[in-house]
Design a protein around this ligand. Structure first.
Ligand code: GLA
Length: 741
């Protein structure tokens, strides 16, 4: 039977009417008695509302209001309802599936009796002052039908405008419950359009940005790689609200999951044009069987909201990271000489002793011995064998590492070492002895990534082994001063010989990894460790709790590196980024060094091959670096001119007291006549103060074109700018900016 339009409309109206009656019966519209929970930071408020049905929803995330009573009025100002929110839970604080929710859920379960429905209602909430400026809120939600609960946690860092949000899922049903999806958090944002800035990449091509306007439906950012999880896509992203944010203008949310394994972030623009962001562990191949009374604690979803563009969001996040997350974020870092590109696997004790002398000669703090120092039955002379056999190779190092550590001390430098303890080459004694420790499918052909496989960290014996690799090194060499922890392979053929439930593998792997890292940090709390994953394959704020720095990319071509470091700089402070001067790229040593100085400086070159002037330049540049490194590490970063938008890229780091700054300028376009045609506007100075600019990191014999006798007001430098005089003859220019007293 064909329905006429009129009949259709009547049916629809009847339906709506029925809905209203049901809702009215539940007092949906009695706003007056609703309860509001505003979680405020210096600039913002994330506001939850508990209605009469005990639904907990997000009614606001935006600029803080002076009058807290007005938050409750916000929903009424929006008339997007149109034909109605049929679900009544579009803006749920933690969206569940199988009951009223029709959109992508944050949590989805199969109860002990096989039922798939979940409905989470408010039970209680509390708040706790963790430390000055840090408040933790907990909202307990329970299913009225099933003995199932979720606690939502919000750790609110007031001064930094940062919120960490996670969930703890628990039940007391009469059997196991399967969690089909178990996100950390969902947010719900309102704006006239949303622009997503996301990243993709591969080895040596980390952090390639892409920006697009979100359209209706779901955009998913995720990884299923297991270990080197960020290889193709990191979990960090930005969402601009209302219009694409620029460096200093616009409202922008930065998001990141604090997790080193498989993550998934869904951005769903719904039929009312609001954006739901759901982030958590990827549920791919991972339905989780939760026993009665067991707690499933999700990782934290981290976010910061800025109304002054991307620059402010970065500075807030950097402050937060240095104060609360990054290991030893307020501490110092060691400059170093690494031998990876200088020797690769081809070295022996006498060669290394020469490099130790070179470390001293160069003027850096530490020598870092890279891959190739271990394994005997299958010597590690290339990347095809030996991984897993962490005994010194007797041919290369007959007197062991301890001799080298001692020799480093004799030269007045420290000693660090490379390890990749989660991995194994099939050609190794470890593989022969413990095939059951290896992640592989029992009945399928092995498939390798860089000729290696991953050890099964879900297995406590493997956890002990991995801890032992580090512990033995320190026990034998108490003066060891630095660890580079690498992780080159992704997980193929995911299967654990240890676990009964293979669906838990990816999650248990990460739990195992964090157990090991926690144990290492309990015993060795401060020794610097670099987080490496064939480059930046594993950078995230969960891992950075245990590491002092990360290796952004194996790509050290300084031109490429300007772009890669630029993108990382949105999310991670310079003190966490390890940059090495190598022979990649065609740029002169000064350019390479200037780029590496925007973070934690290291070298990976053959010092003995440097000509006299290059060596002298490096020695002087390291001294210059010592004089300003604290500003780069602990100061405020201002991105001044983007390498994507201009021929000269400029960045500056300004001390917290605004009395000094370092400004880096690079020619990134080698076409004819390119250079700094226009002055570059500085930022973050005091308008009324006077500053002097002088050029540092000068190549021997080169006179600076910058007149350091002249002084300028902060206002001049920020309104008119300063020309660093970059051109094809001066491709990189570093300026020190100092307040004149
Ligand atoms: C990875 C790292 C490099 C180097 C090699 C050693 O690729 O990213 O820096 O340590 O492993 O094999």
């Amino acid at each position: 039977m064909v329905k006429t339009k009129k009949v259709k409309r009547i049916l629809l109206d009847l339906h709506r009417w029925a809905l209203l009656v049901v809702c009215a019966g539940m007092n949906v519209y009695t706003f007056a008695q609703d309860q509001v929970i505003p979680m405020e930071t210096a600039s913002n408020a994330l506001v939850l509302k508990i209605d009469q049905k005990k639904d907990v929803s997000i009614i606001y995330y935006g600029k803080k209001l002076a009058n807290r009573n007005e938050y409750d009025l916000i929903p009424q100002a929006y008339k997007q309802l149109g034909d109605g929110d049929y679900t009544q839970v579009l803006n749920a604080a933690y969206s569940s599936s199988g009951s009223r929710g029709l959109m992508e859920p944050a949590v989805s379960v199969t109860h002990a009796d096989g039922n798939n429905s979940l409905d989470l209602r408010y039970t209680s909430h509390d708040q706790q002052q963790i430390s000055p400026g840090v408040t933790q809120y907990r909202v307990l939600l329970k299913d009225p039908v099933y003995n199932f609960e979720v606690s939502l946690y919000y750790k609110v860092f007031a001064a930094q405008d940062v919120i960490e949000q996670w969930s703890v899922i628990k039940h007391n049903e009469k059997g196991n419950v399967v969690l089909n999806k178990f996100a950390s958090a969902n947010l719900y944002l309102k704006a006239d359009g949303f622009w997503l800035n996301q990243y993709h990449g591969d080895w040596a091509k980390e952090m390639q940005p892409e920006e697009s306007k979100l359209t209706h439906g779901i955009k998913t950012l995720d990884t299923k790689l297991g270990t080197r999880a960020n290889l193709f896509q990191p979990s960090v992203f930005m969402v601009s609200l209302g219009k694409p944010a620029s460096e200093d203008e616009g409202t922008v949310l930065y998001g990141a999951l604090e997790y080193s394994g498989n993550f998934r972030t869904d951005l769903e623009l719904d039929f009312q044009n609001n954006l739901r962001i759901i982030s958590g562990i990827n549920n791919y191949a991972s339905p989780y069987t939760l026993k009665p009374a067991e707690e499933f604690v999700t990782p934290a979803f981290l976010y910061v909201l800025s109304h002054q563009g991307k620059g402010y969001a970065s500075r807030q996040l950097h402050d937060w990271a240095r104060s609360y997350k990054l290991l030893d974020g307020q501490g110092d870092r060691l400059t170093l000489l690494n031998n990876w590109e200088a020797t690769y696997f081809d070295f022996n004790e006498s060669k290394l002793k020469e490099l130790l002398k070179d470390t001293k000669k160069l003027g850096v703090d530490l020598f870092l011995l890279d891959d190739g120092w271990f394994a005997n039955k299958y010597p590690r002379n290339g990347d095809t064998a030996g991984l897993g056999d962490w005994q010194e190779n007797k041919t290369k190092l007959p007197n062991g590492i301890s001799t080298l550590v001692k020799e480093a001390g004799n030269n007045g430098v420290k000693f660090g070492i490379w390890v990749e303890p989660e991995m194994v080459n099939p050609k190794s004694e470890l593989y022969e002895k413990h095939p059951d420790w290896v992640v592989k499918q029992p009945a399928r052909a092995e498939h390798y990534f860089r000729n290696q496989l991953v050890l099964d960290l879900a297995n406590p014996q493997v956890q002990d082994f991995v801890f032992g690799v580090i512990d033995n090194l320190f026990t034998k060499n108490p003066d060891l001063a630095y660890i580079k922890w690498d992780c080159n392979a992704v997980i193929f053929n995911a299967h654990s010989a240890y676990l009964k439930n293979q669906s838990h593998f990816f999650i248990e792997y990460m739990r195992g990894l964090y157990t090991v890292l926690k144990k290492i940090r309990a015993k060795y709390p401060t020794v610097p460790m670099m987080l490496c994953s064939g480059g930046g394959g594993r950078v995230d704020y969960a891992a950075l709790q245990y590491f002092t720095e990360y290796w952004p990319s194996d790509n050290t071509d300084p031109l490429e590196r300007i772009f890669i470091q630029w993108e990382y700089s949105y999310f991670y402070p310079a003190v966490a980024g390890a940059n090495h001067v190598t022979d990649w790229g065609k740029q002169p040593i000064k350019y390479r060094t200037d780029v590496a100085m925007m973070g934690k400086l290291g070298f990976d070159i053959v010092v003995s091959h440097l000509n006299e002037k290059d060596l002298l330049y490096c020695q002087n540049a390291i001294k210059d670096y010592q004089s300003f490194k604290q500003i780069v590490w602990k100061g405020d970063l201002y991105r001044l001119a983007s390498p994507r938008e201009s021929a000269v890229a400029s960045l500056s780091y300004v001390s917290k007291d605004r009395s000094s700054a370092v400004m880096f300028n690079y020619l990134v376009n080698s076409r004819y006549g390119q250079g700094s045609s226009y002055p570059v506007k500085l930022k973050g100075l005091e308008a009324a103060s006077t500053y002097r600019l002088s050029e540092i990191s000068l190549y021997p014999g080169v006179n600076s074109l910058i007149d350091s006798q002249k002084v300028y007001s902060g206002q001049f430098l920020m309104e008119i700018g300063f020309n660093p005089l970059v051109n094809s003859g001066r491709t990189s220019v570093v300026l020190k900016v100092e307040k004149v007293k």
